[in-house]
Write a protein that binds this ligand. Sequence first.
Ligand SMILES: [Ca+2]
Length: 329
Amino acid sequence: MPSALAAEKGETNVVEKMKGFTPPKGTIASSGSQYTTYDPKYAIDGNLETKWWSRGFTDYIQLNFPNPTEFNFVQIAGYASPASNTNYTLYGLQNGTWKVISPKETRYVRSEVTITDPIEAATGAYEGLKIEANGGSSWVNIHEITLGLTNTTDNSSIDMKAVPGDSQVTLKWDEVKGAENYTVKYGTESGKYTETATATKDAYGDFIIPGLTNGTKYYFVVSAKVNGVDSKYSNEASATPQGGNQPEQPSGDRAILVVTMDNGLDKEFDLSKKELNAFIAWYDAKDAGRGASFYAIDKHSNNKGPFSNRKDYVIFNKILTFDVSEYSK
Ligand SMILES: [Ca+2]
């Protein structure tokens, strides 16, 4: 699970007297400007004596995390000369878009290292954090930034299940009230999600991830977007798609159509009754001298690759005969 509370994995550190943790190892810090060698990386090095020093009274510092990191507060250790009220606004990065995740908060910063009160942020898993700071008539200095997650009662976690299929996995989770849509992330390694899919707000009960490799285990998490902010992730569900082991149960309303061509080759199609009837109607009409000279048949389960549709064109005067085998109930 991506989490700011990854300290247990040794990826983050605490800073003395500050709440939460330093951003995860591998976080990249950048800023609007910097004074001489006071690089923004010194705002997340876990050391209260080193700092990022901006060349301006207003500036920003930006942190890009190696993995989405969940938090709902940010604490800043600042410095101002002269002492001043500094305004901070927090932005979170989700799916490549920055959004405001806190109101503009004012903190009094002294002419010494000042650990300010934590700033509350909308709970979410973010790919990055940007802090806009306005020091009034004082240079912006940040000695250290920590993040963390306090227990929230309004954000119950999503419980997801993954059901394997042939080259696909079906995901099921309960509806999240007020969700605009859902973001599913997945990959072949637990905790590392390389793929993203967006599910509409109605897809929670039955969301299919197609195009997977049979025999490979996949790991999935889902978050809900409520009021423009992504919730924390669900549990991690996993499934291994299998070919053949879970054949689709034949049902009485399907049939196998075998078309024998005049070169002796057979073409086989698994069709619904409706599709079969349409084919026969075309064949009869053509036999009576009406209609198109070819017929397009959906290949359905034979549909491999990233095609939204795949059809086989059968040419009337190449058909020698055809045979229909109906599924028994
Ligand atoms: Ca520092």
